[in-house]
Design a protein around this ligand. Structure first.
Ligand SMILES: [Zn+2]
Length: 322
């Protein structure tokens, strides 16, 4: 089993006065980790490592990283079936989860999944208050109501959107999903929802083999270059913002679009990805749309590059905070 040392900084235990002073809130937790067998392809360490690095390099103050705690079961049950939620709680995987999740069960996996989903929900509240917020995890867009797929246990954005619509039913939500893979689970859950627009740019011939249509899907050639990718993004996103007129934006800043990723099959450079993140984040911020940024996938041949690319996204988000 792979081991990770405990985070060497304190997650914020915020008093109300600190909450008032903290205008860029990111969510992370020592529980954003579950043990995996040696040589498992999922880079589980990236969540805690990126949080630590962002503090060490001065991007974030320790007080800007907040532990979201565990999500309430009722929040999960707005999206997921009771049977599925309980199977993740007790480890009795069944049906498609057994074949498609790709993560072995452990008590820590259950806690991790519930904490990371809470992070996106809390970031949604923080974005409403402060304009922009990051969950240093999330973007688990392959999770379906009754099963997990592709390393995704609970669909954090769908959960956050359902919760948001409880208190503000008229809210129009745009999900910009720039992970290299299509968010089939999110499309299944929210596809018929008129208040939600899903925009995805992904590789056409890649996982998931069976795509589920979203509102606007751009299927790219394998190993697409950065200039072609950025051109498509820059011509499409402004139209969507102008025509749909969202009230909120969620951005899955998947880093598996990098040229050295093992699964993404795209050819973007680190610089291309900085341009991508800056374009999406500044487009939302210029219109003063509350924006939630989440990680999505990343499986670089060099594990530290995955972590660094997620950090790059958060640094750009920080630059666009108030
Ligand atoms: Zn992906």
């Amino acid at each position: 089993m792979r081991k990770v040392s405990a985070a060497q900084f304190q997650y914020a235990k915020l008093t109300p006065i600190w909450l008032l002073m903290t205008i860029f809130q990111c969510f992370s937790s020592p529980q954003y980790f579950a043990p995996l067998p040696d040589r498992h392809p999922f880079p589980m360490n990236k969540f805690i490592d990126s949080a630590r690095r962002l503090v060490e390099d001065g991007t974030l103050l320790p007080s800007e990283i907040i532990d979201p705690g565990l999500i309430a079961e009722e929040d999960l049950l707005r999206v997921h079936t009771r049977e599925y939620v309980h199977s993740i709680g007790n480890g009795n995987y069944y049906g498609l989860t057994k074949r498609k999740l790709g993560l072995p069960w452990s008590p820590e996996l259950n806690i991790r999944s519930r904490t990371a989903a809470a992070g996106t929900m809390r970031a949604t509240e923080a974005a409403a208050q402060y304009g922009i917020s990051c969950n240093l995890a999330g973007g688990t867009h392959h999770a379906f109501p009754d099963h997990g797929e592709g390393y995704c246990v609970f669909n954090d954005i769908a959960i956050a959107v359902k919760k948001l619509h409880l208190s503000a039913p008229a809210t129009k939500v745009l999900i910009v999903d720039l992970d290299a893979h299509q968010g089939n689970g999110t499309h299944f859950i929210l596809g018929k929802e008129e208040r939600v627009f899903t925009f995805s740019m992904h590789v056409g011939v890649n996982y998931p083999s069976q795509k589920i249509p979203g509102t606007e899907d751009i299927e790219l050639e394998r190993y697409v270059q950065g200039d072609t990718y950025l051109e498509k993004l820059q011509e499409t996103l402004p139209h969507i913002l102008a025509q749909f007129e969202p009230d909120r934006v969620f951005y899955i800043a998947g880093v598996d679009v990098h040229k050295d990723d093992r699964f993404g099959q795209m050819s973007l450079t680190t610089t291309d990805m900085a341009q991508r993140d800056s374009f999406v984040i500044s487009s939302a911020r210029k219109q003063k749309l509350p924006l939630v940024v989440v990680y999505g996938g990343g499986y670089n041949r060099h594990a530290q590059v995955t972590t660094e690319l997620h950090c790059q996204t958060v640094r750009i988000a920080k630059q666009h905070s108030n």
